[in-house]
Ligand binder design. Sequence first.
Ligand SMILES: NC(=O)c1ccc[n+]([C@@H]2O[C@H](COP(=O)([O-])OP(=O)(O)OC[C@H]3O[C@@H](n4cnc5c(N)ncnc54)[C@H](O)[C@@H]3O)[C@@H](O)[C@H]2O)c1
Length: 381
Amino acid sequence: MSGINGKTAPDDSTAIDEKGIFQEADVTGSEIRYINRSMCIVGLDYVGLPLAVEFGKKMQVTGYDISKERIKQLKEGHDYTGEVSDSELRMVKIDFTFDPSAISKSNFVIVAVPTPIDEGKKPDLNILKKAAETVDRNLSKGSIIVFESTVYPRVTEDICVPIIEWESGFQYMKDFKVGYPPERINPGDKEHTITGIVKVVSGCDEDSLETIVEVYGSIIKAGVYKAPSIKVAEAAKVIENIQRDINIALMNELKMIFDKIGIETEEVLKAAKTKWNFLNFHPGLVGGHCISVDPYYLAHMATAAGHYPEMILAGRWINDEMAGYGTSRIIKDMIRNDLPIKGARVLVLGAAFKPDVKDLRNSKVEDSVSIRENSCLAIRG
Ligand SMILES: NC(=O)c1ccc[n+]([C@@H]2O[C@H](COP(=O)([O-])OP(=O)(O)OC[C@H]3O[C@@H](n4cnc5c(N)ncnc54)[C@H](O)[C@@H]3O)[C@@H](O)[C@H]2O)c1
C-alpha cells in the first residue's frame, strides 16, 4: 500500500487487533516518519486546541482561529477552557494566528469549528461552510483536509468538498483530498484524554486514509480505527451521542414514573445494576453542544431521507423537558412543606452543563434558573 507521496506505508496486517483497531506502535510516540506534512488547525477551542497541542509536540503546527481575542489569549499562553494547562501550552511550538493566509503554508488541514443548531432545531452548517470557504481560498495543492466537527452523514463530501472546489478551482481527488476523523473528547474528563481515546479515521481513498492513519497514529496512544468510508465515520460519531441521549431520556422518564408512585429512582437503579448487562445511566439535565445537539443532525438527515426519527426526537423532547420538571418538583415540595413560594430564595450550585467544565453555553441549568425566575423565586448562583 502506498502513502500519499508514493512511499510505503507500514504493513497493516501486523497491527490490527481483534476490534479492528490499528495499533501503530512503531509510529505512536515517534516523529512522523514517511510523510512530510505541515499542519494547520482551523478552530482552536475545546476540540482544536488540545489537538494542536498534541500535534505541536511532534511537528510545527499553525493554529488559525477567526477570533482575535482567542488568538491573543493563546499567544499569551493561556487557555480559558482549562483543557490545556498554561505550562503545557507554553511548551509546544504552535504558530497561533487569525490570518487565514497562514493556512496556505500547510498541506494537512484539520477543521474543528462549531456545528450548532438554529432556533428551529435544524443543523446550522453556516460556520462549517464559512470555514470550508476560508480553507478553499487559502489551500495549497496536494493538501488533505480533514473535518473533526460533528455532522450528519455525507456533509463532508456533499457540502464541504464542493465549497472547497469552488474558488480554488482545484479538483477533488486530484488536487486535494478529504477525510473525516471525528473528535470524541470529553471536556473536563482527565482520564479519557485525547491521546487515550481510540480515533475513528476515514479518508476519501486508500492513500489519504494511510496518511491520516499515520498522522493521527503519531499522537493517539489508544490506536486508530479505519472506518470503511467517510459517511460511516460521520454516522458513527453522531450515533455515539444519540445513544447517550436516548439512554438518559429513558432514565428521566423512569424518574418521572417513580416520582409519581413514591419510589426513589437511584435506589431502583442501584438494585437493577447488579445485573451484568444493565447499563449505567442516570436521570439528569442534558445540555452542552454535543449530546443535546447532535441528535437533531441525524434527525434532519433521516427526515430528508423519508424516515421520521420518532425515538431520537422523543429522547430529545423528554430531556429538554427536565429543567421544567425539576423546577415544578421543587415548587411542589415547597408547597408540601408549607414554604412560601413568592420571594423564596434559591441557591443554585453549578452552572455548566456538566461537572468540571467551564463551558456555560447551552447549559440546562440556565433553563432551570429562568424557569425559576418566572416562578417568583429569587435565584442566587
Ligand atoms: N466540545 C466537545 O466536547 C466536542 C467533542 C466532540 C466533538 N465536538 C464537535 O467539534 C466541533 C467543535 O467543537 P468545539 O467545542 O471546539 O467548538 P467551540 O464552539 O468551542 O469552538 C470553536 C472555535 O472555532 C472558532 N471558529 C469559528 N468559526 C471559525 C472559522 N470560520 N475559522 C476559524 N475558526 C473559527 C471559534 O472562534 C472557536 O474558537 C463541533 O462540531 C462539536 O460538535 C465537540
